[in-house]
Unconditional design. Sequence first.
Length: 107
Amino acid sequence: MLLVCRRSFHLEMSGKRQGEVMNLQIKTINNVLFASLVVSIFGLVAMYLNYTQQSDQIEQLRGQLIEKENQIVISNEALSYTRYQHQLLAEDYSRFRDEQSINRVLR
């Protein structure tokens, strides 16, 4: 009878140890899963912040590009106007030279 009691006590203790080991394994798995979840959330937050920062930079660069394009348009218009003035001056000078030549011939 003592042997039977010892054996059943040993089985009970063995069952408790297995339960404790299972409990420990479950807690470990839960902790690993929770840590993975936290790391994933931080990763998503970091990706979102990076995305918003890049979007802000893109908008800023887009604004700078539009400003530069406007400056180029203004410069081209000024250059066209200057060329037009030079063309008018060249035509006036050509007419003046022609008149001078005609006047010399007539004298």
